[in-house]
Write a protein of this length. Structure first.
Length: 90
């Protein structure tokens, strides 16, 4: 599945696309696991290095992923406004 959804991947044919409902189930499952892991992680784990070369901690990586996802949320807002599904402020 990963190769199908990588940046720059070819357009999916209907028979190779994973149904949205299944993707949402996978997302919810992974988010539940992530929430549990972060809530139960010790400070030592959260402050441990994620990437030694860049000197990035696990907490910094989580912050980066969160920023990345909120960026895409903003993109969706713009697309909704462009489609007139959610018009901008009057």
């Amino acid at each position: 599945m990963t190769v199908l959804y990588n940046t720059g991947a070819d357009k999916l044919a209907d028979d190779t696309a994973v149904p949205l409902s299944h993707l949402l189930d996978l997302l919810n499952s992974s988010l539940a696991g992530l929430q549990t892991a972060v809530a139960t992680a010790s400070d030592a784990i959260l402050n441990a290095l994620y990437d030694e070369k860049r000197q990035t901690t696990i907490t910094e990586r989580i912050d980066g992923v969160q920023w990345h996802e909120t960026y895409h949320t903003g993109q969706l807002k713009i697309l909704r406004q462009a489609s007139s599904e959610n018009p901008p402020f009057p």
